[in-house]
Design a protein around this ligand. Structure first.
Ligand SMILES: C[S@@+](CC[C@H](N)C(=O)[O-])C[C@H]1O[C@@H](n2cnc3c(N)ncnc32)[C@H](O)[C@@H]1O
Length: 345
């Protein structure tokens, strides 16, 4: 009972904090020019808030059912939060200037040639330095939470439910997990808070985001960090019980999306589980289709429009992973996929 009250109070505070900054950001940056037809179809705030509330309700039910612990990010650290917000607003003008001039190649012009794939060298979301600076890595999670009005962590946590099933399954001992495109390690922090002894690999192309992940995951042992492309992972085949990709697929070009799905299948042992959490796609929540069309217009997301139409179940099936379960939580969808118990499917 006391936990429920604490959870609700902390979430209310979070939603006001990030929702308030979302509101203020919209005032400071002005509207994105949209076709009137698209604007007319956008869902209203009340609908979005109701669905965000439903996600948090589900999050609480998962905690109460013992699927995972009360998350530690609910404990607010006011000074750190204020500092992050200050830096976010200081950077917002630059993000908005990029949006207005559709400037997305600063990273490409500044990056050493040959070190990263070309598609990665963009100012995704029009963010300063793209994924390639410490400053960007330090701001990223705040930017994402503002974008989702405080719901990002709860969307990621949906993956903890099938994860528990996977690593507590009979016969699974000393499980290993790899998180592809781990970013700053927020999902892995939730994983390690619940399973401190689980061996995990945090993989990302950005060494700067990995450095931030190192800081976030410093309290735990059995964490390895790999700066590598998810489409060509330097790890043995069949060496993981679980492979996760959280908000990665919508940022990949079509060809790399297929390669990463194949890598997930290769990395998993027979019977292993892949878990994907990513943006909803067209048709997942028909009332949100306009929002899915709007997103790549307002934020630099060069591969999102194609992602939104991709048949992910078919893409994974081609890679050797069969869809076991899928569901929607606020603006995200989760897919649970399984490699056949016998190799060679
Ligand atoms: C939208 S962020 C998601 C980060 C994190 N999983 C989360 O939940 O916030 C995408 C991340 O994927 C990384 N990334 C993008 N393309 C990649 C690739 N081909 N291989 C590995 N990491 C990649 C980026 O550096 C970034 O950290």
């Amino acid at each position: 009972m006391l936990e429920r009250v604490a959870y609700s109070a902390a979430q209310r505070l979070r939603l006001s904090w990030y929702g308030g900054q979302k509101w203020l950001s919209a005032r400071l940056t002005g509207p994105v020019a949209l076709p009137a037809e698209l604007e007319a179809r956008l869902p209203d705030r009340a609908r979005l808030m109701a669905d965000l509330g439903a996600l948090l309700e589900q999050d609480w039910r998962n905690i109460a059912a013992g699927h995972y612990l009360l998350p530690e990010e609910l404990a607010v650290r006011p000074l750190a939060a204020l500092r992050k917000a200050g830096r976010y607003f200081a950077d917002l003008r630059r993000v908005d200037e990029r949006r207005r001039s559709a400037a997305n190649d600063e990273v490409f012009r500044a990056a050493p040639s040959g070190r990263y794939p070309r598609y990665f060298l963009q100012n995704f979301h029009y963010q300063t330095d793209g994924y390639l600076s410490r400053r960007s890595a330090e701001l990223y999670d705040h930017q994402v939470e503002v974008l989702f009005g405080g719901g990002a962590e709860a969307m990621r946590r949906q993956a903890l439910v099938p994860l528990k099933r996977a690593i507590e399954a009979p016969g699974v001992r000393r499980a290993r997990l790899i998180d592809l495109g781990c970013g700053t390690g927020r999902f892995l922090r939730a994983v390690k808070s619940n399973y401190p002894r689980l061996a995990v690999i945090a993989l990302d192309l950005s060494p700067f985001y990995l450095d931030e992940a190192r800081r976030v995951l410093a309290p735990w042992s059995r964490v390895e960090f790999l700066a590598a492309p998810a489409e060509c992972v330097p790890c043995q085949a069949a060496s993981f019980d679980v492979a996760t990709a959280i908000f990665l697929f919508h940022e990949l070009p079509a060809r790399e999306r297929r390669q990463v799905a194949r890598e997930m299948a290769r990395l998993l042992r027979p019977g292993g589980m892949a878990i994907l959490v990513d943006s909803i796609q067209l048709g997942d929540v028909p009332d949100y289709d306009a929002l899915v069309e709007y997103f790549p217009l307002a934020f630099h997301e060069p591969y999102y429009a194609h992602y939104a139409r991709e048949d992910l179940a078919a893409l994974f099936a081609d890679a050797g992973l069969a869809l076991e379960e899928s569901g929607v939580g606020y603006l995200s969808k989760m897919m649970v996929l399984r490699k056949a118990a016998q190799a060679g499917i």
